[in-house]
Write a protein that binds this ligand. Structure first.
Ligand code: C6P
Length: 420
């Protein structure tokens, strides 16, 4: 089988990340599952939380709980300050131009729906075209299909090659005067491919077409600088970034967000309401109707504090080593086929066997304490592209180790024996 050729495993060095120390920060990793030490390789679905994040949630509910932007009392003011401080941390983390460009949402899914419904319904019309790629998560397909049905626009799809890489020439061909929006994933959740997003943005901008990047799988692995990427919107979820579930971020250029109407109506998104007319609040609050996930926002800020305290060069080298080690170990297993062999990948390995269903492999691995995901990964068109119903997916995070990959490999061998 084909192995991601540019990936080579390195011997651990003195400069290596202190993974033992990092693991100690994640209490959930200490537990046993079915009597075996937990080997958590389902980080693409959601990552585990460091003690700092858990403590911040605990502290908020035990000492700080209050509604924000509303009260004149001590607790409310303190909660508001903590929430807005989290926004500033996130702004610095992705290098956005201002806090106004960061909208707290429920997650990547809500962020993309917001843009489709607010920007799309306002600025697109019948006959316009929206471009996505063939390796999108359903969250970056269905909101655009809904919009297309609503306004009579058309969805165009950039093909991917057999390694799971975007075919840029095809993308250039699809970009025409009809193209009015491009929405592409930064990293594929099913394949691990890192998309050539700078080119995606550059080619679209040559035609003044705005670009949204789905950063759900990129943000835990790559240094994301939205100004350097040049994108118009960037969406991600807190829970894949070692933060809480139910909170995420939509970054949008202030000029575009300003021109867009609110997505939802309610409290906090208004400055004046009468029965005749409502005036909307300034950015970012115009898009934040109702009481938000306050603890979640503060917890996401704590996750970012945790991450900025790490040596990112070492983290990247460690994750690269895990991917290389796992790719080489899995490639040696008879009958195993890796789906997604792009040159540029993060630590995600999807694989199949012709004679064993992905779920069966996942179930045997679970008995060994190994958590992976099996199925279509909410990316059915990717499965269709590769002609498989499902894959088993191991997705790594900074706290994983080579030893855990060895456990994964012996679990796969056990599945092979069981289903011989
Ligand atoms: N992928 C996975 O196991 P939410 O659910 O809104 O936090 O994220 C949606 C989403 C959007 N884009 C990409 C690229 C994603 O990977 C995901 C979530 C998880 O792969 C759960 S399906």
């Amino acid at each position: 089988m084909k192995v991601a050729h540019e990936i080579t495993a390195q011997a651990p060095s003195a400069q290596a990340l202190d993974v033992g120390k990092i693991r100690a920060d994640f209490p959930i990793l200490r537990q046993k599952v079915h009597g075996k030490p937990l080997v958590y390789l389902d980080n693409g679905a959601t990552s585990q939380k460091p003690q700092m994040v858990i403590d911040s949630l605990n502290r908020y509910y035990s000492e700080g709980n209050s509604n924000i932007h509303r009260g004149v009392h001590f607790l409310s003011e303190r909660a508001t300050e903590a929430y807005e401080t989290a926004r500033q941390k996130i702004r610095r983390f992705i290098n956005a131009g201002s806090d106004q460009e960061l909208i707290f949402v429920r997650g990547t899914t809500e962020a993309i729906n917001l843009v489709a419904q607010s920007y799309g319904r306002t600025f697109l019309k019948k006959g316009d075209e929206i471009i996505v790629s063939a390796m999108e998560h359903h969250s970056n397909i269905v909101p655009w299909q809904i919009l297309c049905e609503q306004i009579g626009a058309r969805l165009r799809v950039i093909p991917i090659n057999h390694d799971g890489e975007i075919v840029l020439e095809e993308y250039r061909r699809l970009l025409t005067d009809k193209t009015k929006f491009v929405s592409v994933t930064h990293v594929s959740n099913a394949l691990g491919t890192i998309a050539p997003v700078k080119e995606v943005v550059r080619f679209a901008h040559e035609r003044c077409v705005p670009v949204l990047l789905d950063g759900a799988q990129a943000i835990p692995h790559l240094k994301v600088d939205v100004q350097e990427l040049g994108c118009d919107f960037y969406a991600f979820s807190g829970h894949k970034l070692f933060g809480p579930t139910g909170v995420g971020i939509l970054y949008g250029r202030a000029g575009l967000l300003d021109a867009m109407p609110p997505y939802q109506g309610g409290g906090d998104m208004i400055s004046l309401v009468t029965f005749e007319k409502t005036h909307y609040n300034v950015l970012p609050y115009k898009f934040e109707a109702g009481t938000p996930h306050i603890a979640g926002g503060i917890g996401l800020g704590a996750a970012i504090d945790y991450l900025v305290g790490l040596d990112w060069e070492r983290v990247a080298a460690h994750e690269h080593d895990l991917l290389a080690y796992a790719t080489s170990a899995l490639s040696r297993i008879d009958g195993l086929r890796i789906i997604g062999t792009a040159r540029e990948k993060v630590g995600v390995i999807s694989f199949v066997f012709d004679h064993i269903h992905a779920h069966d492999v996942g179930t045997i691995l679970d008995q060994e304490g190994v958590a992976v995901r099996a199925g279509h990964h909410c990316a059915m068109p990717v499965m269709q592209r590769f002609g498989v119903p499902a894959t088993t997916r191991a997705s790594f995070a900074l706290y994983n180790t080579r030893d855990e990959i060895d456990v994964l490999v012996s679990g796969i061998h056990r599945a092979l024996k069981v289903f011989k």
